[in-house]
Design a protein around this ligand. Structure first.
Ligand code: PBG
Ligand code: ZN
Length: 323
């Protein structure tokens, strides 16, 4: 199959030919939109997130209105991030039945048909900003599991469809599955942030939700960006522990990991196009160096790598421009 008998350019001859030979499609239902809900905000007071132009922190009711608008445009799922009015050493606002996320879940289930996913972690709720419980400047693993499971259960009780633990403690999927099952929530799904790397691309998010650790870093629990085999083991362990959906985070710099996980385990796989990936593209577009097409191309790369679901701040842009 050699030139000149084969001419690859025949496959790209015109728009119609290219259209019928297109291999990868992005669908509206692939997208999960992150919503930031801040307890202290009054309705009508949405706050622009400086490090993520075009993204906002919403009051409870405004978040619901925003979700409804997106649902009308074809969005199927949201993932919720809460910002509590008060933080403490144990992140108790994270497992408060009347907490901001718990209330948001209830309201969103009443007012929309969206699939409600909740990020389960302590870092937005702890005074020290770490994802687990601290003693003598150490992030304790097994002790943290009790708290993380309580958060997960309270989200399930509020009505969350999918629980997404992002703390990267060992054994959290098992702990959460057990807690959910003991309490009758056999049907709540777990989407595990299985391969979550200690990435510099989270910086705009930490600014957005004030969750930077007050000392040290997250490298004793989040993964080393160099490691592939370890990512595969993380995914395998989470599946054994009962994860229904495996997530890779960030996305664009970790496309190889997405692909390998999808091929090796053949399970529902999600990828998180994180804040830094969003802001980087957004900055390029705003400066006139890149175009809207760059957004589409980055999303396509994530899908092509094997992601079934894409968490992205670009979901509204995609919905707007699709068709
Ligand atoms: C913390 C958490 C992080 C993100 C979501 N939940 C990262 C972190 O601070 O380590 C990152 C999201 C993003 O950057 O878009 N559990
Ligand atoms: Zn965290």
């Amino acid at each position: 199959m050699q030139f000149p008998i084969t001419r690859m350019r025949r496959l790209r001859k015109n728009a119609q030919i290219r259209k019928i030979l297109n291999e990868t499609y992005l669908n509206k239902e692939d997208f999960i939109y992150p919503l930031f809900i801040k307890e202290e905000l009054k309705d009508g007071e949405k706050e622009a997130i400086k490090t993520m132009p075009g993204q906002y922190r919403y009051s409870l009711n405004d978040a619901v209105i925003e979700a409804q608008k997106l649902e009308e445009k074809g969005l199927c799922s949201v993932i919720l991030f809460g910002m509590p009015a008060k933080k403490d050493e144990y992140g108790s606002a994270a497992y408060d039945d009347e907490g901001i996320v718990q209330r948001a879940v209830g309201l969103l289930k009443d007012e929309t048909n969206l699939i409600i996913i909740t990020d389960v972690c302590l870092c937005q709720y702890t005074s020290h900003g770490h994802c687990g419980i601290i003693k003598d400047d150490q992030i304790l693993n097994d002790e943290s599991l009790d708290y993380i499971s309580r958060v997960a259960l309270s989200h399930a009780q509020a009505g969350a469809d999918i629980i997404a633990p992002s703390d990267m403690m060992d054994g959290r999927v098992m702990a959460i599955r057990e807690t959910l099952d003991e309490n009758g929530f056999h049907d709540s799904l777990i989407m595990s942030y299985a391969a979550k790397f200690a990435s510099s691309f989270y910086a705009p998010f930490r600014e957005a939700v004030s969750s930077s650790p007050s000392f040290g870093d997250r490298k004793t629990y989040q993964m080393n960006p160099s490691n592939t085999s370890e990512a595969l083991r993380e995914a395998e362990m989470d599946l054994v522990e009962g994860a229904d959906i495996i997530m890779v985070k960030p996305a664009i710099s970790y496309l190889d990991i997405i692909k390998q996980i999808k091929i090796k385990f053949n399970v529902p796989t999600a990828a998180y196009q994180v804040s830094g990936e969003y802001s980087m593209l957004k900055a390029g577009i705003d400066a006139g160096y890149l175009t809207q097409d760059s957004i589409y191309e980055s999303l396509l790369s994530i899908k092509r790598a094997g992601a079934d679901l894409i968490i992205s701040h670009f979901a509204p842009e995609f919905l707007e421009n699709k068709e």
